[in-house]
Design a protein around this ligand. Structure first.
Ligand SMILES: [Zn+2]
Length: 389
């Protein structure tokens, strides 16, 4: 097992308060040793042990790899024109999903797999070492199941989102579509997925339909997560808390009762600022959630319609500038917060014996992620101990 030591790390963020200062567990002038897929040693740079190879971080910083807990990467087609139109003064319409559905159904398996691999590389180069992705652009039994099968070949975190929108064939029979999703579609998809998700929103699925989808998924061993309260107030967050969902995602329009419910339960609030950025919509109020004691995650929502960014550093910078988060809170939410939203204890932190998922930043402190927005600061990434190119 070859080992590598990184020395002269000006700031090492561990996300373990027992290892360093503050909630991020910061260490200054630190070193760490990677052996096989693990971090096996963390300490002062002056006391670093000898190893097979040595990397001098030369005063740069190291953070846990980003955990992007919400993305939609299984699609084909192109919606540049829709974005162009929207940024030129036309309103966002959820119906745009149907164009992606048609293109995705027509795409061969190897095209979907190649696009997913491309996004995964693109994300890794920006420091993301854990990626979740959802289905939701097939909307037939065959197309949803093949999307999830393709995803499961590349990713651990795969989510069944047959209830993204009502399939075009069922426009006049939404109840029939819910029966399909909770019956034959779920039967075909459950073996390839870990999670079940639903777009609980006016124009998509109401509370009763969403509950039926999540309960059916849960009965098949899938853990629930919910697209909730994105476009307006609604029942999504309350439903997520009621069913013990790992995460309620978006959380842009919340009542005081929603905030209180999130604060009292284990459900993480996952905020997706790329979506508001790309639709010129008001941002979620992260400060309000954090002050109430809610666990907050940040993710990209990377998708071709409402948020076509794969950059966690971008989302982190927007969260600091527009959503009232401190730089430290945003970094925690983009790493440990994402891990919490995926119920993963093995990612989102750097600890001895833990997975070696980490990013070397060309900056003395990770505050630069917000301080220098848009600058490609990620200079090297390790995923499960392997250097990602
Ligand atoms: Zn989404």
């Amino acid at each position: 097992m070859p080992s590598t030591v990184l020395t002269h790390i000006n700031t090492l963020v561990t996300n373990d308060p027992s290892l360093g200062t503050g909630p991020l567990g910061r260490l200054q002038d630190a070193a760490l040793v990677i052996e096989d897929d693990r971090v096996v040693w963390i300490g002062a740079s002056s006391r670093a042990p000898a190893t097979d190879s040595h990397i001098d971080a030369a005063g740069r910083s190291v953070i846990p790899g980003f955990v992007d807990s919400h993305a939609h990467l299984l699609f084909a087609g192109d919606r540049t024109a829709e974005f162009h139109a929207r940024m030129s003064g036309e309103p966002y319409e959820a119906g745009g999903i149907a164009t992606t559905v048609a293109a995705t159904r027509a795409a061969p398996d190897d095209e979907l797999a190649a696009r997913l691999a491309h996004f995964r590389r693109e994300m890794a180069r920006q420091g993301t070492t854990t990626v979740e992705t959802k289905s939701g652009y097939g909307l037939t039994v065959r197309d949803e199941a093949r999307a999830l099968r393709i995803a499961a070949e590349q990713l651990d975190e795969v989510t069944f989102l047959g209830a993204h929108i009502v399939a075009p064939e069922y426009r006049d029979d939404p109840a029939g579509y819910v029966d399909l999703v909770t019956g034959p579609m779920l039967d075909a998809c459950a073996p390839h997925a870990r999670w079940v998700d639903v777009f609980c929103e006016r124009g998509a699925f109401g509370a009763d339909q969403a509950r039926a989808v999540l309960l059916a998924g849960r009965a098949r061993g899938l853990r629930p997560r919910v697209h909730a309260n994105q476009l307006g107030p609604g029942p999504g967050v309350a439903l997520a808390v009621e069913l013990g969902a790992a995460s309620a995602d978006h959380c842009t329009h919340l009542t005081d009762a929603d905030v209180a419910a999130l604060a009292d339960g284990p459900t993480v609030a996952t905020l997706l600022p790329g979506c508001e950025f790309s639709t010129r919509s008001p941002y979620p109020d992260a400060r309000r959630l954090l002050d109430a004691g809610v666990v907050v995650a940040l993710a990209t929502d990377c998708n071709p319609g409402s948020s076509f960014t794969s950059s966690m550093p971008f989302c982190l910078a927007v969260a600091v500038r527009e959503m009232g988060m401190t730089p430290d809170e945003a970094l925690w939410s983009a790493t440990a917060g994402g891990a919490a939203a995926l119920e993963r204890a093995d990612v989102g932190r750097i600890v001895p014996g833990g997975r070696a998922d980490l990013a070397l930043l060309d900056a003395p402190d990770p505050v630069h992620l917000a301080y220098r927005p848009g600058v490609p600061l990620v200079s090297a990434v390790w995923r499960e101990g392997a250097r990602v190119d």
